[in-house]
Design a protein around this ligand. Structure first.
Ligand SMILES: O=C(O)CCC(=O)C(=O)O
Ligand SMILES: [Fe+2]
Length: 355
């Protein structure tokens, strides 16, 4: 299949909250203060995150995943069983969404985070409370009650998007559960332990990210550094790289691998594993040649679930690093700090004694 055909250069329109022609010069409200810029020349491209072949024997896979979660918080999976065609269709549907003239997707745009389906821009609050926008446009929606979303979608892409999403969600749901099982066993727990911790009707959301080419990639960020607030993220990316992961204070880039997913430990697994598995900082940078797309599937707990270090992972040597909380409390904290990219999980750490 020819992916070049899908990611054609047609994708020129860029809503960005009504910027008129952001592709010719970098408008001021996207320019980051010097200390927040990406410093692309310092990024390591030799090192990368582990690549794990899921068709190997499960013991080997469990060991590799466990090591990757401890050392990187990130890995890519290949031979994962999700049909290529399903991913291809999903990417095509996202492409068509972002290719719509901006007037047609404007109805989806909202800055109100309580809206569960919306198109929006991330931003960073800088000194003086000013907001600097990220060079991207994101479309987020829940994975359940998908029929309620249909009427909100622009008519031209409605049927295609829902059909592609339903197939994609089913496959990624299976992959997500399988990974949660492997991660549980890697932690020495029952296979269904993490899945149970997410509760019934877990908070599962999909986010399509669109990064148009940027005239000044050194001055902007596609997504500023952050950790994911959910439990586990499964990411499909188009063939342009842009994702970078922080490893020991340095940024390393994540290459595009055909038919692979990028998996990362998010905040709730870090807390549940009592800090053994890491929810690490990552960011997306832009480039001045090609647009990039990604589709993130966020697996999180039901907001009513109590999250805290799992009992079996606490002992004298490993006292609880976090207190128990309801996931809804974590979400509230997240939205209170929006734009500041505070390391949220730190707000739930147990007090340290200052010995
Ligand atoms: O586009 C990417 O590669 C990263 C996306 C991401 O980190 C997110 O959606 O949370
Ligand atoms: Fe992320």
């Amino acid at each position: 299949m020819n992916l070049d055909l899908i990611f054609s250069n047609k994708m020129k329109s860029f809503l960005l909250a009504n910027e008129s022609s952001p592709l010719s010069v970098t408008p001021n409200n996207f320019i980051l203060p010097e200390s927040k810029r990406p410093n692309l020349s310092e990024v390591k491209s030799l090192d990368s995150i582990p690549i794990i072949d899921l068709s190997y024997s499960s013991l080997e896979v469990i060991h590799k995943i466990s090591k990757a979660c401890e050392e990187f918080g990130f890995f890519q999976v290949v031979n994962h069983g999700v049909p290529e065609q399903v991913c291809h269709k999903m990417m095509k549907a996202i492409t068509n969404l972002f290719e719509l003239p901006s007037e047609e997707r404007e109805s989806l745009y909202s800055t109100d985070h309580t809206k569960s389906v919306r198109l929006f821009n991330y931003y960073l609050k800088v000194e003086g409370g000013e907001k600097v926008k990220c060079w991207s446009e994101c479309f987020i929606h829940p994975c359940y009650a998908i029929d309620d979303i249909i009427s909100l979608l622009p008519e031209k892409i409605r049927t295609q998007y829902i059909e592609a999403f339903n197939e994609y969600e089913e496959e990624i749901g299976l992959l997500g559960s399988r990974l949660l099982g492997l991660i549980s066993v890697g932690l020495g727990l029952e296979e269904d332990c993490l899945l149970k911790k997410l509760g019934e009707q877990p908070r599962q959301r999909a986010q399509a990210n669109f990064y148009p080419p940027c005239p000044d990639p050194e001055l902007t960020m596609g997504l500023t550094e952050h950790t994911d607030l959910n439990a586990l993220t499964v990411l499909l990316q188009s063939e342009v790289s842009g994702l970078q992961v922080n490893k020991d204070g340095k940024w390393i880039s994540v290459p595009f691998i055909p038919n692979a997913f990028v998996i990362n430990v998010a905040d709730q697994i870090e807390v549940l594993s009592n800090g053994r598995y890491k929810s690490v900082l990552h960011r997306a940078v832009t480039n001045n040649l090609n647009q990039r797309l990604s589709m993130a599937m966020f697996f999180g707990p039901n907001p009513n679930m109590i999250i805290g270090p799992i009992q079996e992972l606490i002992d004298e040597e490993h006292p609880p690093k976090y207190r128990n909380y309801r996931f809804s409390e974590f979400l509230r904290e997240f939205f209170n700090h929006q734009g500041t990219r505070t390391m949220l999980k730190e707000a739930f750490e147990m007090p340290h004694d200052n010995k």
